[in-house]
Design a protein around this ligand. Structure first.
Ligand code: SAM
Length: 255
């Protein structure tokens, strides 16, 4: 790795999904010792906890707004962190789950900070994916697992392997391409059902998954038939799991 040429640094850490339970000691110590912490977490108690670890913490979440293009919000978040790095500060960005999983800002901010000659890196956290494997008893090594962002899955032609798991992220905004709303409508989400029906039977069981974010909660795993997917209650924090429908096919060339 290239040696940093500037004073000031950026470390993006993961808080994990569950408040007070998932964060690594290394991530916590970075938060505690930072000159300034930028917090981007969905859960109010998580936010309060991080804020209690370092008095010099700023919540980035209010930068999101209904009707505002998320790409603009992401750039504002990067700029806010970079601004402090340029002032020579030890900056930490605390992002829920894993900071590098379906999260643009930490990746982008690290690239920009490195280009400017600052030290910048990421420390992992427990993501929704990690919780999903534990809660749903899924080993991605058993049949394989494809992960896509729901709108990317809709807009592009992908090669779907129905003998493995398919996991779709951000299904709560599926079918809305404005990148400016918090949730899409059932009608918009019906396009996701429609596309999945090109690969799977209407009666195939899919799982709407939500990891617990408080120790007193339990996770949600709603099993529904694919045909009714868009009629279900789907939130911003829902992830869709489509289990395999077809058996693995032997490749005779490699036996
Ligand atoms: C911007 S991504 C952030 C993911 C996060 N960085 C992680 O490591 O899990 C937001 C998406 O993550 C998933 N997600 C967030 N919270 C979740 C939860 N409590 N349970 C299941 N999936 C969740 C959903 O697919 C949601 O739309």
């Amino acid at each position: 790795m290239e040696q940093p040429s500037q004073v000031g640094s950026l470390v993006c850490v993961g808080t994990g999904m569950m408040v007070g339970a998932h964060m690594s000691p290394l991530c916590q110590s970075h938060i505690e010792q930072a000159d300034i912490v930028f917090v981007c977490v969905a859960e109010h108690y998580m936010e309060a906890w991080i804020m209690s670890l370092n008095v010099n913490a700023i919540n980035l979440q209010p930068l999101y707004d209904e009707g505002k293009d998320r790409r603009h919000t992401y750039q504002q978040m990067c700029d806010a962190m970079l601004e402090q790095v340029k002032q020579g500060k030890k900056v930490v960005g605390a992002f829920y789950g894993h900071p590098g999983v379906f999260a643009k800002v930490p990746h982008q901010a690290i690239i920009e900070a490195r280009e400017l000659g600052f030290e910048a890196y990421m420390l992992p956290g427990i993501s929704a994916e990690a919780c999903l494997y534990a809660d749903l008893n899924i080993d991605p090594g058993q049949f394989g697992c494809q992960h896509y962002e729901a709108n990317q899955f809709l807009r592009y032609k992908r090669v779907i392997d129905t003998s493995g798991y398919l996991v779709l992220w951000q299904v709560g905004v599926a079918g809305d391409f404005s990148t400016a709303v918090f949730t899409s409508t059932k009608q918009q989400r019906s396009r996701l059902t429609e596309k999945l029906l090109q690969h799977y039977d209407a009666s195939h069981t899919v799982i709407i998954y939500e990891a617990a974010t408080l120790p007193i909660e339990s996770f949600r795993a709603s099993k529904v038939t694919l045909a009714t997917l868009h009629e279900q209650e789907i939130h911003q924090h829902s992830t869709l799991v489509v289990p395999p429908q077809t058996p693995l096919v032997v490749d005779e060339c490699y036996q």
